[in-house]
Ligand binder design. Structure first.
Ligand SMILES: [Zn+2]
Length: 74
């Protein structure tokens, strides 16, 4: 798909949404109108919370180790 704000073509692969989001964040954020800025910020929060929940999932496996390491200090 073509960028709405410049002539860059973004390839239609699985990461298109993320690629387009990053492209706008880097190149066009300042030129977004208010409504698009709000949409962009909402999307940003969603992406961040998605990343955080994925990080938490990864850390669950390690939590026992951390717990045991803390206990062994006493
Ligand atoms: Zn662009």
């Amino acid at each position: 798909m073509k960028c709405k704000y410049c002539k860059k073509i973004l390839s239609d692969d699985d990461d298109l949404v993320l690629n387009y989001f990053n492209h706008i964040e880097i190149n066009h954020y300042d030129s977004l109108d208010n409504e698009d800025k709000i949409m962009h910020d909402v999307r940003k929060k969603m992406l961040q919370s998605k990343n955080e929940s994925e990080l938490k999932k990864k850390n669950v496996g390690d939590s026992d180790l951390i717990f045991n390491a803390k206990n062994s200090e006493f």
